[in-house]
Design a protein around this ligand. Structure first.
Ligand code: ATP
Length: 236
């Protein structure tokens, strides 16, 4: 579904991503793991066309989308849930969900039904639908960001650090939801520092270090890899 070919991204003289290539096959969960500053966020922002690469190509469903407008990419079904969630804190939970309809051509009556379905999936959000989103807990805000993403009807959902700042139990809950969304037919590209969690739900993973892909493999085998264990899973 997604092919990233020889992608290089620079900020002035700094090369943040250096000639990386990877694929996200339809129906799978692919994890991109790496430490701070490895280039994960830069890679995602370039895929969703928020940044322009200095080299390389991004193919989405065999179409070259490199350098297109981010809102056009979103309309094609490539939905990016950014690091830090970026919900609208002064709007209620329900209003945050309603806003998702603006990028779609859908009758409001039908969209309301979709919102009800999403609230069935995230009962906590239903309970809190009238609450200002900025007053939700971190986990609830992450769920809201994911719910808003689902309402965009993603073919490919890309998530940047969904575990950031969350307690372990909430992280498990968030990842259960990611697995469920994938089982319902959405392909997922996941960027995480929490390698253990990411690789436990992913089919395949890539390890990024200072802008380079240094390792790739089935998620299960990466979890067993000695260098991954040492560097990312805290085992000596
Ligand atoms: P983290 O997990 O900490 O978010 P990351 O793997 O997502 O890290 P990036 O945010 O992509 O890494 O950053 C990769 C490199 O690019 C870092 O060295 C960072 O300092 C640099 N960088 C990121 N954004 C900018 C920017 N807007 N201007 C200049 N340099 C940047």
């Amino acid at each position: 579904m997604l092919k990233v070919e020889g992608l290089t991204v620079k900020y002035g003289n700094i090369t943040a991503v250096n000639n990386i290539s990877f694929e996200v096959p339809e129906g799978k969960i692919i994890a991109l793991i790496g430490n701070n500053g490895a280039g994960k966020t830069t890679t995602l922002k370039t895929i969703s066309c928020l940044l322009k690469p200095s080299n390389g190509k991004i193919l989405f469903n065999d179409r070259d989308i490199t350098g297109q407008k981010p809102h056009d990419i979103a309309k094609q079904g490539l939905i990016h849930i950014p690091e830090g969630r970026h919900i609208f804190p002064q709007l209620t939970v329900k209003e945050n969900l309603i806003i998702s309809s603006f990028s779609r051509t859908i009758k409001y009556k039908n969209f309301k039904l979709e919102i009800e379905q999403v609230l069935d999936t995230f009962p906590k959000l239903r309970e809190r639908q009238k609450q200002l989103a900025g007053t939700l807990s971190g986990g609830e805000q992450q769920m809201l960001a994911i719910a808003r993403g689902i309402l965009q009807k993603p073919k490919l959902l890309i998530l940047d650090e969904p575990s950031m700042g969350l307690a372990p139990l909430i992280v498990e809950d968030v990842f259960e939801n990611i697995k469920r969304i994938n089982k319902q037919g959405t392909t997922v590209l996941l960027v995480e520092q929490n390698a253990q969690m990411a690789l436990s739900v992913a089919d395949y993973g890539y390890v990024l270090e200072v802008g380079d892909v240094v390792l790739e493999g089935n998620a299960a085998s990466l979890l067993e890899d000695s260098s991954v264990k040492k560097i990312y899973l805290g085992e000596m």
